[in-house]
Design a protein around this ligand. Structure first.
Ligand code: ATP
Length: 364
């Protein structure tokens, strides 16, 4: 069992930097929570407060209903995995993994069993006698994970553990960590600035900006119902498109003369914005150029000229502009669209998001 409760947590550094403001979160046993946000948003500081490496300025932290603000890191039954692995260069893999257990005065036989068990899970059996410098980045990161696993802690804390690996290895280790979690079911908090990692790994995502929580939810929920423009733009790649315009007679008008018809069911919820400015958000995959789809998108199209067409393999990403508003669309690569082509883009108005231009909050 490991439940964690962060109750109105604040972190202020000397010189009046408030790194974390009023952070509230209840983490259930076995959850895989990801803190995600741009550099400097306070995710590492929050993780370090949970680890006990950083003092909590204000608020209460509970692990399994015990108040732990003043409990030292070694007594919190938490294991942390860092970005830089933090392996001891002069020790071989076995000793690196065994080190924490030796410090805690575990018996030799127990240490051996735990290290062997972890190395089997992580595929490190053949490397136990090697020093870290004779390992690849991925293998080193596995040793770092192994060192956390052998302790069988209540909670794993991981701070950007994959950011030193190349792209391919990162994807591979991502799924290894997910499998590890499915097997051990240890409550995990994972910090990353990479929204793809957050989307693919989390049971719940906590999106942060400037020390404030922006949204907490399952990846799908955060993707489909972003609470504000920041979340809409940060989660999803390529990013959500935003268009500034206004509502009139059941239509979204932008760039002077272009209008997109709202579906009947959305008109009611947007009634109080009639005649007012509003921001429309649409994901690149909800823009279409295929004829069959365009035919279904009556009165919600715009004529564009393609500035760049990027073939990524499984899809083509189109970059264009409507007036001075930049638009990105993802389309089928078989459409063979090229730079300079003129075409009609259809907006799937059932999928669009609306935000208040002043508060930048989602309109519900
Ligand atoms: P990154 O992804 O770059 O690690 P982060 O989201 O983890 O960013 P934090 O490292 O938690 O962000 O930092 C949050 C804010 O607190 C930043 O503005 C940072 O400059 C500030 N900060 C962090 N540590 C200290 C410190 N020891 N003293 C003063 N300010 C600090």
């Amino acid at each position: 069992m490991a439940e964690i409760k962060l109750d109105h947590i604040y972190k202020r550094f000397d010189g009046n930097v408030t790194a974390v403001t009023d952070f509230n979160l209840n983490i259930s046993d076995e959850e895989f929570i990801v803190f995600v946000g741009p550099s400097g948003c306070g995710k590492s500081t929050t993780l370090r407060m949970i680890a006990g490496l950083e003092e909590i300025t204000e608020g209460s932290l509970y692990i399994d209903e015990n108040y732990v603000n003043d409990v030292s890191p070694k007594d919190r039954d938490i294991a942390m995995v860092f970005q830089n692995y933090a392996l001891y260069p002069h020790m071989n893999v076995f000793d690196n993994m065994a080190f924490g257990l030796k410090l805690r005065k575990f018996k030799k036989a127990e240490i051996k069993e735990r290290v062997e068990n972890a190395s089997r899970i992580l595929g490190l059996d053949d490397y136990l006698n090697r020093k870290p410098k004779a390992l690849s980045g991925g293998q080193r990161q596995r040793v770092a994970l192994g060192r956390a696993i052998v302790r069988n802690p209540k909670v794993f804390l991981m701070d950007e553990p994959l950011s030193n690996l190349d792209a391919k290895l990162r994807v591979q280790m991502r799924s290894e960590i997910i499998k590890l979690h499915q097997r051990l079911k240890t409550t995990t908090i994972y910090v990353t600035h990479d929204q793809t990692e957050a989307m693919t790994m989390a049971s719940r995502i906590v999106v942060m900006k400037d020390g404030f929580i922006q949204q907490i939810g399952a990846p799908r929920q955060v993707y489909l119902y972003p609470e504000n423009m920041f979340v809409g733009g940060f989660i999803g790649s390529p990013s959500m498109n935003f268009l500034q315009g206004h509502l009139r007679e059941g239509r979204f008008w932008f760039n002077d003369h272009i209008s997109l018809k709202l579906p009947e069911n959305r008109r009611n919820e947007l009634k109080k914005y009639e005649g007012k400015d509003i921001t429309l958000g649409i994901r690149p995959e909800d823009l279409h150029e295929e004829k069959a789809l365009l035919d279904t998108l009556q009165e919600s199209k715009a004529q564009v000229t393609i500035d760049i067409a990027e073939l990524t393999g499984s899809e083509t990403v189109l970059y264009t502009k409507i007036g001075d508003q930049e638009i990105t669309a993802i389309v089928n690569p078989q459409s063979n669209i090229d730079q300079g082509d003129q075409l009609e883009l259809g907006f799937d108005m059932n999928k669009v998001h609306f935000f208040d231009p002043e508060t930048e909050q989602r309109i519900k």
